[in-house]
Design a protein around this ligand. Sequence first.
Ligand code: FES
Length: 128
Amino acid sequence: MARVERLICESAALEEDGRGVRFELHPQAPGAQTGFAIRSAGIARAYVNRCPHMGTELDWQPGEFFDIARLYLVCSTHGAMFEPGTGYCVAGPCRGASLERLEIREREGRIVLLTDSAGTNREEPDAP
Ligand code: FES
């Protein structure tokens, strides 16, 4: 299946260890599941916005994923803390678990999500 790129945001929208960007994971079903992108150590990364503890979204305000010290991503529900570079949980009720990582690329000033489909329900054409 062909790889498809979908624009998430402009590169400048991701602050270093600061505000991130939420986005729909399934644009054809708004609200079903969100992902988020952040920047840490200069590298843009993205994860499914779902805490491994109870499945809630992480951000404590829309787009705010880092703790006050800007060292870890923090779950707003029970305070689990995750390494921004790996999504690995270092403290909290789901310690040892990880956020689900999403494949993104940064090029030409934009952050794009890579998916295996167009991110829609469109069916693939039949092979000739
Ligand atoms: S739901 Fe995230 S720590 Fe409980």
